[in-house]
Design a binder for this molecule. Structure first.
Ligand SMILES: [Zn+2]
Ligand SMILES: [Zn+2]
Length: 488
């Protein structure tokens, strides 16, 4: 049982025990005075004509009948033993059980299924405990009922008002905590992405140190400040305190990092050797340098954008074919809620015609922007195997299928059209469109601009900082990030 449940149970049980214990003490005193084992129950109805009068008399009659042979000494023992048996029932399994059913995590005592029945059955717990062991064993606690049933009844009745108040208060606390946390999550994070299967989802799952996988801990019936796995390990469930949890993709089950950072997904498109990977590494390098100057922390968690990859970016090997994990760069400062820059890089071979492209559906299911790289050495249809139009058609075929668009639908996802190898073309950003037209790509540019409403053209060179296209996408999807980590 976690700390919150211990506190809740202590309050409900504690008040009932105090009340019933006081009844026991006064009953013992009365027995001493009168020699009659009457039950002294504090109640507004406590008088000879009220409910407790006959109840008290019935107890005295039954006790005289059963144990009258033992005298007053026997009555003392009978009273105390009955009280102890009733209390012992409260600490058996059924009334204290807080294990979740759907999700394997502890539930707040007052919020579990049948909470009222479980709570109020506590003083009768010897019966449920015996039944749980062996159906026939239940005869024993039933036979003892004349001894402790009276005390169980007083305990049960005294718990009712306490349980009702505590349940109401906890209900209000859970609702408020849940609403606040949801607001904070929607403001700062919104959703998470899986760099392995590329799907996006509201919340990831978490893996406890003991291996149990739980739903993401948010305030609710499992807890307000902390939740507990069924092996008793606690974890924080409040926004801002969950960054260090080990998260798991709810779709593919892979361990992933999300750190409650808002993802910004950038998809790279282009033929083999068009410079996609180099451009990505240059962008990461440039973002990291700007971050350092502005007191912002970055953490490249995937090796594809690690420091050795960046150092060797002039001479990157061709990106392997097939589905690859996304590259993830986390960005955070005391003044900036966490961001996760996600790059989806694919081998240029995958854009060649007649390839099976269905495996890449998830690459574009969510994207904040597309960087489309064009290699100026691939423009001549006599010498080039794969022209920009071929790449675009392959990409657009997958893109529209994933988005459920018709082939003519205009997308408002920002698309950066990047002409690489400026050392070859000698043009600046403004000259890209004319350069492409002059080199037989007028139709390609026209179609691209008719299907994407937000196109910007860039001319870059791998010997310089070629991060501007990435920055442009970052700026359009997250101006606050660019304010804290500006391009210089
Ligand atoms: Zn996944
Ligand atoms: Zn655990």
């Amino acid at each position: 049982m976690n700390g919150m449940n211990k506190a809740v149970v202590s309050i409900v049980y504690g008040i009932a025990l105090l009340f019933t214990g006081a009844c026991l003490a006064f009953s013992v005193l009365e027995l001493q005075k009168t020699g009659v084992p009457r039950l002294e129950v504090f109640s507004p109805l406590f008088d000879a004509s009220g409910i407790t009068g006959p109840f008290s008399q019935a107890y005295a009659d039954v006790m005289e009948l059963l144990f009258g042979w033992g005298g007053v000494e026997a009555m003392y023992a009978v009273m105390v033993v009955g009280f102890v048996l009733a209390v012992a029932g409260m600490f058996t399994g059924y009334p204290l059980d807080v294990k979740g059913v759907g999700n394997r995590a502890e539930v707040i005592w007052t919020e579990r299924p049948n909470a009222a029945v479980r709570c109020l059955s506590g003083p009768w717990g010897l019966i449920t405990a015996a039944y749980g062991r062996n159906r026939y064993l239940v005869i024993l606690p039933i036979a003892l009922l004349p001894l402790y049933g009276w005390w169980s009844l007083i305990l049960t009745i005294s718990m009712v008002p306490v349980f009702v108040v505590v349940k109401l208060v906890i209900g209000v606390m859970v609702d408020r905590a849940r609403r606040r946390d949801r607001e904070a999550y929607e403001r700062d994070t919104q959703y998470a992405v899986c760099p392995v299967c590329k799907r996006n989802f509201d919340y990831p799952q978490v893996r406890c140190g003991c291996g149990i996988v739980l739903d993401y801990p948010v305030p609710g019936i499992h807890g307000i400040g902390r939740i507990t796995c069924n092996n008793g390990h606690g974890m924080d469930c409040r926004a801002g305190l969950r960054d260090s949890l080990k998260t798991v993709c709810p779709y593919c089950g892979e361990s992933i990092e999300t750190r409650e950072s808002r993802p910004i997904c950038i998809s790279l498109v282009g033929s083999v050797g068009s410079g996609k990977t180099t451009l990505m590494l240059s962008a990461v390098d440039s973002i990291q340098k700007s971050a350092v100057r502005h007191g912002v922390n970055t953490d490249a968690v995937t090796p594809g954008i690690g420091s050795s990859a960046i150092a060797g970016r002039m001479d990157v090997p061709a990106t392997p074919e097939g589905e690859l994990d996304s590259e993830c760069l986390f960005i955070r400062s005391p003044y900036l809620h966490g961001r996760e820059l996600v790059f989806n890089d694919i081998s240029g071979r995958e854009f060649e015609p007649r390839k099976d492209r269905f495996i890449f559906q998830e690459y574009y299911s969510y994207t904040d922007g597309i960087v489309f790289c064009v290699d100026p050495l691939n423009l001549d249809s006599r010498t080039s195997k794969i022209r920009p139009m071929d790449v675009f058609e392959s990409f657009h075929f997958i893109f529209t299928r994933v988005k459920g668009f018709g082939p003519e639908t205009v997308s408002n996802v920002p698309l950066a059209l990047v002409l690489t190898k400026r050392d070859v073309t000698g043009v600046d950003d403004d000259g890209v469109e004319d350069y492409l037209r002059d080199n037989g790509q007028g139709e390609f540019v026209r179609i691209l601009k008719s299907l994407f409403s937000d196109v910007r053209m860039f001319s870059v060179c791998c010997f310089e900082d070629s991060s501007r296209p990435v920055w442009w996408i970052m700026e359009s999807s997250d101006p606050e990030l660019v304010e804290h980590v500006p391009l210089e």
